[in-house]
Design a protein around this ligand. Structure first.
Ligand SMILES: [Ca+2]
Ligand SMILES: [Ca+2]
Length: 157
């Protein structure tokens, strides 16, 4: 029952990120591949080592900064979305002290750091949140990044 529930949640999540029938077909194919990897006899999730994914990131903040602004203790979360429309879910990681990161999903659990070429690093900000959404209605995902201090948000289209 838990495996079936995880499968349904994955389908809802991945199909909810699409905006064309062509993308839906590509994403469903990818979900079938995910199920072969993710559905196990345990809790439905399998840890994938960073040496496989290529995703290495940490989000640190100092005690002095926390004492000055306790909202920094909430962290930054991540945003998931198909930024380039290839049917694979990409990962954006906002960070408090270091530049934010964008990892392009290359398939088979391999990700490529495309932060520099994408221009979404948002340096010198306490980035505390992000989300992919189509805010301008042009049927592709935009990236919204919020921050504490300085510019409050960026929108990348
Ligand atoms: Ca993608
Ligand atoms: Ca858009």
């Amino acid at each position: 029952m838990i495996k079936r529930l995880n499968y349904i949640i994955l389908i809802i999540f991945f199909t909810g990120c699409s905006n064309t029938n062509k993308k839906n077909t590509a994403q469903l194919i990818n979900i079938e591949s995910l199920n072969e990897i993710l559905i196990t006899e345990s809790d439905g999730f399998t840890e994938v080592d960073p040496s496989v994914t290529g995703i290495i990131a940490k989000n640190e903040i100092g005690e002095k900064e926390i004492l000055e602004n306790q909202h920094l203790m909430h962290g930054s979360g991540i945003a998931l979305g198909d930024m380039n429309g290839d049917g694979w879910v990409d990962i954006y990681i906002p960070r408090l002290k270091e530049n934010n990161l964008l990892f392009m999903n290359m398939g088979n659990w391999k990700f490529k750091d495309v932060t520099q070429t994408s221009g979404v690093a948002c340096p010198n900000r306490y980035s505390n949140g992000s989300v992919f959404a189509d805010v301008d209605g042009d049927r592709d995902l935009d990236l919204i990044v919020t921050a504490l201090g300085g510019a409050k948000q960026y929108i990348f289209q």
